[in-house]
Design a protein around this ligand. Structure first.
Ligand code: LMR
Length: 396
């Protein structure tokens, strides 16, 4: 049966972790996967998470099956974060939200549902996009193509190219958009540009699917989610996947969600019933622990404040690392203009280094980034930054 099974290629991001873990270089630095580490290079266990877990341990509960769509209080809290707690669309009951197994799970549930309702559609993802977007939508059965996004010469977004591609897309095309903190480039479009995207999406009858894995890592929770209201105001049906991996530092708990904005409550009820069908036939129902932690934090005012402060702390530290990286690279004699580093948002910097340079960083210095040139600035700290700068300067 398995004689002809070929070896699958290593995952471009998670596969790097395997290589990193096997590397015996004591000075190794992992700037590959999108994970936030504190200034001591440690994965944080947030205080709000510890407090919620303490509450949960003190009032232990048996673990029955969750409803197929997850913990109701969790789904409601997700909706509040994504659309704003007092938003009219939530009051009207027009959003169907399900707990999902991480942000990836939210994307996949949405993709599988779309394959049922929009089977002939094509999917457009940004060029470049998160490495897993293409594979995920292809595995749901869609042909996947790119729309232009990164402009290497300009070091920014090729917005005209993006808009032209969207304008040329057939009705019903699914367009995957990064709500904030674009992965991998770190370049976001402006609110005015979002308005143009929304207008084209509406005029062409496209299906927007917003990946919001980094809410709170750009400018703030509300600021990073602001684009959602533009889609609501345009009266569009659209998808949003949410991840709490990064914002709660709960990577291994796989806490995410999918929300679908619909035209009416009655439509949202029907959509929800179909999302539940997708979940039931994939993994039956979601796990309890991580979502209960997030729900407890988001619905307990003191814990929620603690979370917002801790998230702000992560955001500020990343920005400080960007400033330091830019200044130190310049000081190390790197000639090109490095100001792009502080213009980019979120965990990632598209460094402009090519595949050979990224491989040299790995092989000669134990510094791991993605072959595309993406480095995770959220893994830089005051102790490893000088080694990273000196290695980048040597390969530049
Ligand atoms: C990343 O882009 O590094 C993260 O989203 C982790 C992942 O699953 O790829």
């Amino acid at each position: 049966l398995f004689a002809a099974v070929e070896m699958a290629p290593r995952d471009p991001i998670l596969g790097l972790n395997e290589q990193f873990n096997a590397d015996t270089n004591p000075a190794k630095v992992n700037l590959g996967v999108g994970v936030y580490y504190d200034d001591d290079g440690k994965l944080p266990l947030l205080k709000c998470v510890q407090a919620a877990e303490k509450q949960m341990v003190e009032a232990p509960k048996a673990r029955g099956y969750l409803p197929i769509d997850g913990i109701a209080a969790y789904d409601k809290a997700v909706q509040g974060l994504v659309y704003g707690a007092d938003s009219a669309i939530l009051k009207a009951g027009r959003v169907a939200t399900v707990q999902a197994v991480g942000g990836t799970g939210g994307l996949k549930v949405g993709a599988d549902f779309l394959k049922r309702v929009n089977p002939a559609a094509k999917v457009l993802i940004s060029d470049p996009s998160w490495e897993n977007h293409r594979a995920l939508f292809e595995s749901a059965g869609f042909p996947v193509e790119n729309y232009p996004y990164y402009d290497a010469a300009k070091r920014g977004v090729n917005f005209d190219g993006m808009l032209t591609a969207l304008n040329g897309a057939a009705q019903g095309t699914i367009v995957v958009l990064h709500a904030c903190c674009h992965n991998p480039t770190g370049y976001d479009i402006t609110p005015a540009q979002w308005k143009q995207v929304v207008d084209v999406v509406k005029a062409r009858g496209l299906v927007p699917f917003l990946d919001m894995a980094y809410q709170g890592f750009g400018e703030g929770i509300a600021e990073d989610g602001a684009v959602i209201q533009q889609f609501v105001d345009a009266g569009l049906d659209f998808f949003v996947s949410t991840s709490f991996s990064k914002s709660f530092s709960l990577y291994g708990e796989r806490v995410g969600a999918l929300s679908v904005a619909c035209a009416s409550k009655e439509e949202a009820d029907r959509v929800l019933s179909q999302l539940k069908r997708v979940i039931r036939t994939n993994y039956s129902n979601p796990p309890t622990h991580g979502a209960q932690v997030v729900a407890t934090v988001l619905t307990t005012p003191a814990l929620r404040q603690m979370w917002e402060d801790e998230l702000a702390g992560m955001r500020v530290r990343i920005k400080e690392m960007r400033v330091a990286l830019q200044a130190k690279l310049q000081a190390a004699g790197v000639k090109q203009d490095m100001s792009f580093i502080t213009q980019q948002k979120g965990m990632f910097s598209y460094s402009g280094l090519n595949k050979d340079q990224m491989q040299r960083l790995r092989d000669e210095f134990g510094i791991y980034g993605v072959d595309s040139g993406r480095i995770c600035v959220a893994a830089l700290n005051s102790k490893n930054i000088d080694a990273v700068v000196s290695a980048i300067a040597k390969v530049s």
